[in-house]
Design a protein around this ligand. Sequence first.
Ligand code: SF4
Length: 238
Amino acid sequence: MSIQEKKEDLKTLVEKLNFKEKVERSKAIIQQAYEKYGDSLVVANSLGKDSVVVWDLAKRVDPKIRGFIVTTRYKPAETIKFMKSEVERYPELKVYKNDTEIPERLYETDPDKCCDLLKVIPVRQAVEEMGVKCWVTGLRCTEGRTRTDFEETEERDAGLIKLNPILIWKEREVWQYLALCGVKVNQLYAEGYRSLGCEPCTKITVDDNERAGRWIGTSKCGGECGIHTRPLTDGDGI
Ligand code: SF4
């Protein structure tokens, strides 16, 4: 299986592969990319359940694999606490944060702008500073309406490969992995959250859509912060 040649119908794979097969496929995707990109392969760790699965998989491929975390002034205290414990355990996780002054409650008046400033810009900075040629994410195609149009290996920005190794995993399989491998998660999941973000923009819901609790009451409801949809390099994308 070459990471450049996977053309299978992802929806079929979501249903067809069992848990073990998905874990092996995901590890193989990371392994092959790591062989090709070496130290310029870097994991984007949002500290959410999907990211910590990908981080754990990457560490099994090679403990030397590096990662970055983007944090903001609005992250919940539990997330900051979890971030500190992860960084202490894995010093190869570099933290990026944009402390620039922004209008008060920008997350209400213009959440796209707020995410652009506080999330997308630090990701761009990480990509540049860490010399990233291949970034690895925890994106999953079953996660919500905005996440169906992705591939396991993509090049949305010219020269920057994006790897989505658990793209075909279901939410249940994420929790299976976390339980079976004893991976630590943010305590907010115990409160009932299913998708975590900044405190003002994240609510607990019982909606079927996993991301329904994100940006409730705004035009961005259930949507994206922009790191998966906006250009991450100086180019115009491809
Ligand atoms: S999630 Fe909300 S607070 Fe966080 S950067 Fe986006 S709009 Fe701002």
